[in-house]
Design a protein around this ligand. Sequence first.
Ligand SMILES: Nc1ncnc2c1ncn2[C@@H]1O[C@H](COP(=O)(O)OP(=O)(O)OP(=O)(O)O)[C@@H](O)[C@H]1O
Length: 300
Amino acid sequence: MPVIEVSDLRKSYGDKKAVDGVSFGVEDGEIFGILGPNGAGKTTTVECVEGLRRPDGGSVRVAGYDPVADRDAVTRILGAQLQESELQPKITAGEALELYAACYPDPADWRDLAERLGLTEKLGTRFAKLSGGQKQRLSIALALVGNPRIVVLDELTTGLDPRARRDTWRIVEDIRDRGVTVLLVTHFMEEAQHLCDRIALIDQGRITALDTPAGLIGRTASSTAISFMPSVPLETRLLADLPAVGSVAEQDGRIVAHGTDETVHALLSLLTGQGVTAHQLRITEASLDDAYLDLTGTDR
Ligand SMILES: Nc1ncnc2c1ncn2[C@@H]1O[C@H](COP(=O)(O)OP(=O)(O)OP(=O)(O)O)[C@@H](O)[C@H]1O
């Protein structure tokens, strides 16, 4: 049974329909991603899950509780990342953790949590003096200090360098491995592809696709790109008749065709038959990026 159930959720701000009939279920122990362009309604959706916004229509249940009516029960089982502005610049990392731990009936050992998140050295440092990555790790620690069953992470790696982003991914995987369900809002395809068990793609307040990362990629029309330099000039028209071929283009002597596995096999036989060698042959699978562009029709 899903630990989070959202059905036909609706929320408007004045005339603006921010969330327009969103439904999904998050299973216990999974990392569920919400992905979509700016203004798609991601934050509004998770704020309804957190009980920070009252839906106009539809229903949200977190472990069976209504996040607005049963706010206290939901607060005990759901940890949310704080916005940066919610912490006083002069509070130290250790003071913040101790203060937040005191708010919960069964808190985690905050020193142990700080250790796991690599913050032990920074416990005496004021919040304003922490780096971007350290602030993010502290906000994750604060989301976990109440020992939640579910944690909501919104844009957790925005502004981090690639190494800090990878470190944060490991932390999220560690959280999941400890049995915590993760609801993750992200803009980053690579992050969603790497971390999420399933992803809901949201666009203009509606879910346009909900699947595993591999499932979403499989939905793209041309999931494989094949590119090579033919040993002798080759008429691209020959390639246009290949099975399942999407597009064929030539630039500076390099041919790029999009298609499926079937296209790759047929292309290699065709080249062999023609006595053409494919130099610098590259076969690349579509990424979640390609699937995203295909499924949302958005050019970011
Ligand atoms: N408090 C508010 N008042 C009025 N309009 C709002 C408010 N919050 C969000 N909106 C509007 O509702 C829509 C959805 O916003 P939301 O923040 O949920 O999207 P998002 O997908 O999280 O976007 P982003 O990726 O940019 O954070 C946007 O058009 C936004 O401008």
